[in-house]
Ligand binder design. Sequence first.
Ligand code: GRF
Length: 325
Amino acid sequence: MADFARTPKARVAVLISGAGSNMAALLYASRLPGAAYEIVLVASNDPDAAGLALADAEGLETCALSHKGMARAEHDAAMDAAIRASGADYVALAGYMRILTDDFVAKWRGRMLNIHPSLLPKYKGLDTHARAIDAGDSHGGVSVHLVTPELDAGEVLGQLPVAIRDGDTADDLAARVRLAEHQLYPRVLGEYVSRAYRADWLLEQVRTRALALPEAEERASHGAPGWRTAGKSGKYFAYFNDRHHGSEHIALLVKTSGPDEMESLIERAPEAYFKPAFYGASGWIGVILDRPGLDWQSVEDWLERSWAAVAPKRLASLQRAAAEL
Ligand code: GRF
């Protein structure tokens, strides 16, 4: 469970075209204690969207930009500019009835979610409720997914089924699915934006990268996951620490060239590094993982460097040769 009180709130821009009931659900959830995100902008391609007036009444920043008479790429670029100006880190599409350019989607890759009223991968596109009823399905439902260039096809982050009753019309079903949408979207968005502060997610990220190094293997050390080079004479090059030894951080421990380098790195960037208990004395450094703006490339670089410091020469030179290719 992420410690929301400690972590900064993610900033979310919501894009709508209509009633904005999902936007409202996201907004009110964001005002509950402990919420993981805040809404910094509500934007619409339809200046008359009812959701805009609500957002405005609730004191949110709004942006209305009609797409009429504008090329798709031009409209997307203007939306992108407005979203960036708001300082948003994430985009939540909530009934935004526009097909997005690949360029816009690429810019927000991994940071843009959508809500779709079906149990994906079933019934992408429109008329989802009628299609579920006509197919004789026992349930309709709702999905929240990441947005990729292909319509309604990105990774599904959460779903809720909604029972179909005898005699349901598409509107009947839509109304009940809407209730489920309002429960699902805030929950999934909150979990998604806070995963970068959760130990299980961070460990998985580190593990994939550590095990990608030649002949690396995982072995627990004093209860903490660690990675070492293989074989009898294998040595550890990284440890994962989840607030270990009284530390307040979730961190990766890696080897520097020695205590001098470690001390100077910490002095230059105390938000990124700390001196770990016990290991610090021999020049290991704590790379803080649960912080905003963490650069995974630098985590990868540290793992590689630390690995190279303990890897047998034959492996390290192979790796260097591969890197030069
Ligand atoms: C919802 O049914 C959502 O699933 C779909 O568009 C509708 C938006 O409704 N993508 P609202 O504007 O949030 O009330």
